[in-house]
Design a protein around this ligand. Structure first.
Ligand code: AHR
Length: 628
């Protein structure tokens, strides 16, 4: 059985312009997206703060509790996650969590390591990173803050099952905390490696901070990003980069909400924050690093601020007037830090001291994340009026516009997480929107009943993206969510880019995102589709646009039978370049072992005239570029 689809393109009938930065990315620290993900740090629990109970909670009987709710997934068993002691057969030593005589009272947690007997076997402290470290033939920079009683030198090495991959010696460790930086040159490539610290004589070592980065991070930033994952983002050509979330903006309580102040300055002094997705984050990827990354990747920065309320899905706490004012001040300071004058403003000066005197590309402020209701209306207005008065050049995004005048925001953020049929069922949704509404689809994904993200999910998102592009006068921006997932900590079912410490792959939706961004038209043209099939269950969706001299037609066959598409254009073309994403079945997925089972494939044909016939595979996604 086969369906037939007639796609009629009117290139001379332009319906709207397209925002060239329409597609961005949504970043949130979820599924170890930052720590153990994009952030290049290889040591897990580098400040030993991972077992600190969540901000704003009290702990009793194995549970941490806010004023209103219990915190799920807070693990109290392991006091030193990521760390262990290996004494070999003959060595003797201990490690224990330590708080006394801290270097910094805000980050008091340390490890006290005592080596009492060596006997040919040096006890060593081991860090296994984020489910094993990937070591390549390259240089690594280790930064340690240590003090010792009796231990003179410490060997720091990368190892795998006793095999030495590279090492350095930290020498003459004194009785006061001091920062040591050493370089380790590795000459082997292995995955599943560990970092070890070996005191070379008996005594006691106090560790305040242990960090390890490849020297060659993305754009060689010292506190930078993992290269392969940053390059995976580069392929998405993000027009904007939304951070830091997501629910982590809101927090499980107001004490736990995102606060920009905590995330800047020396990384060893950052306390980190309990991440409501089940682990503590370092905030090493702090406000400065986010902004630097936006600049490095050529994206406008979109900062989502807390507006004085914690996560409504987690029994929200609504701030007092004083708290609202505090959160507003935090946002004002963050903005000044990003774009304030480096000589005349307090926070602009600090940014310059941190290494960036030019302002960062901050363009958007979203006030709250997924908030709504009467309290939100009040909080939104309180923030918007003051922020707009001080920073009229920025664009403001609202979560829920109920009761708010159209003049009081620039974009409304809509979120969709759904099952495959949903996007096809609402494909005409934006056709009916009043044209003065400006929408930012801040989070969307087909993520229910589709494994970790399969071909059917991508096809259904293609339907939605085709419809967003057709309505590009209303839908000005969109970002798929969530972006990242370490396969060892999947708390959210479907995520665009998956990885361990070694390899990565994009789900079919990732390839769809790459395709639609590569073929993003400058203007949309009129395009209509008629699909005929015996049961009407088959449906082809398409749009058309102009890109330079070329005409682009995007199409998806959202059905389980083939469809013969007949594309009729107004003008004549000499060539058609076809990009397609197809699979053998709707449930097909990519994986670490088969990262590109489903990917974009390209082919090119000569043509002469204004008609082109092509068979669209079931759930196949297509981009046709008609060239003069
Ligand atoms: O993307 C995952 C979560 O989904 C985000 O944190 C939240 O905004 C939404 O509910």
């Amino acid at each position: 059985m086969r369906a037939e689809a007639e796609i009629k393109v009117e290139e001379n009938n332009i319906i709207c312009d397209v925002n060239p930065k329409m597609y961005g990315v949504f970043f949130e620290e979820i599924n170890h997206a930052g720590d153990g993900g994009l952030y290049g740090e290889m040591v897990r629990n580098r400040s030993f703060m991972d077992s600190v109970i969540p901000e704003g909670t009290a702990y009793f009987d194995g549970k941490a509790m806010t004023k209103t709710t219990h915190v799920e997934n807070f693990d109290t068993e392991d006091l030193l996650p990521g760390w262990s002691l290996d004494c070999g057969e003959e060595g003797e030593g201990t490690i224990e969590p330590w708080l006394l005589q801290p270097r910094n009272k805000q980050t008091p947690n340390q490890i006290k390591m005592t080596v009492s007997k060596i006997n040919g076997c040096f006890p060593k402290l081991v860090n296994s990173g984020f489910w094993g470290m990937k070591v390549r033939c390259e240089k690594y920079r280790a930064v340690l803050i240590l003090r010792s009683e009796g231990v003179g030198n410490v060997r720091i090495s990368l190892e795998k099952d006793g095999m030495l991959l590279g090492e350095a010696i930290v020498e003459n460790i004194g009785i006061n905390f001091k920062k040591y930086t050493v370089q380790i040159n590795c000459v082997e490539e292995v995955s599943g490696a560990v970092l070890t610290l070996t005191p070379l004589n008996t005594g006691t070592l106090y560790l305040d901070f242990v960090s390890l980065f490849p020297v060659n991070t993305y754009k060689n930033r010292e506190n930078g990003m993992r290269r392969d994952l940053a390059e995976a983002l580069e392929k998405l050509k993000p027009g904007f980069f939304r951070f830091p979330g997501g629910c982590i903006v809101e927090g499980i309580s107001l004490e736990n909400a995102y606060r920009f102040h905590k995330t800047i300055g020396p990384v060893e002094d950052r306390t980190g924050t309990y991440n409501l997705w089940g682990y503590r984050r370092t905030d090493g990827m702090g406000f400065y690093e986010f902004l630097q990354f936006c600049e490095d990747i050529g994206a406008d920065a979109m900062y989502v601020c807390n507006c004085g309320m914690s996560c409504q899905a987690r029994k929200s706490e609504e701030g007092t007037e004083k708290q609202l004012a505090e959160f507003l001040q935090d946002t004002m300071d963050a903005i000044e830090y990003a774009i304030g004058d480096p000589e005349t403003t307090k926070w602009g000066k600090l940014r310059a001291e941190h290494g960036h005197s030019e302002s960062f590309p901050l363009k958007y402020i979203e006030i709250g994340n997924e908030n709504g209701g009467p309290f939100y209306q009040k909080a939104y207005r309180f923030f918007y009026e003051r922020l707009k008065a001080r920073y009229p050049q920025l664009l403001y995004i609202i979560n829920d516009a109920t009761g708010i005048e159209r003049t009081e925001y620039d974009f409304l953020d809509e979120h969709y997480y759904c099952e495959p049929a949903f996007f096809a069922a609402v494909a005409e949704k934006y056709d009916t929107y009043s044209r003065d509404r400006k929408i930012y689809v801040g989070e969307y994904a087909c993520n229910t009943g589709v494994g970790i993200g399969n071909m059917a999910a991508a096809a259904s998102e293609a339907v939605f993206m085709i419809s967003m592009e057709k309505n590009a006068d209303v839908v000005k921006m969109a970002s798929y969510a969530p972006l990242f997932c370490n396969v060892n900590d999947r708390v959210w079912p479907v995520n665009l880019i998956n990885y361990d410490s070694d390899r990565w792959f994009g789900i079919p939706s990732y390839h769809l995102q790459c395709l639609f961004r590569k073929l993003l038209s400058e203007k949309m043209a009129e395009c209509s589709v008629k699909t005929s099939s015996f049961t009407n269950a088959a449906r082809v969706f398409a749009n058309a646009g102009i890109l330079g001299e070329d005409t682009v037609v995007k199409a998806v066959n959202f059905s389980s039978i083939e469809a013969l598409a007949e594309i009729r254009l107004e003008k004549s073309y000499s060539k058609v370049r076809i990009y397609k994403i197809c699979a053998d079945g709707p449930c097909e997925e990519n994986s670490l072992d088969e990262p590109e089972k489903i990917k974009i494939q390209a082919e090119e044909f000569q043509m002469d005239g204004n008609e082109w016939k092509y068979t669209l595979k079931p759930y196949g996604i297509y981009g046709f570029m008609f060239l003069k």
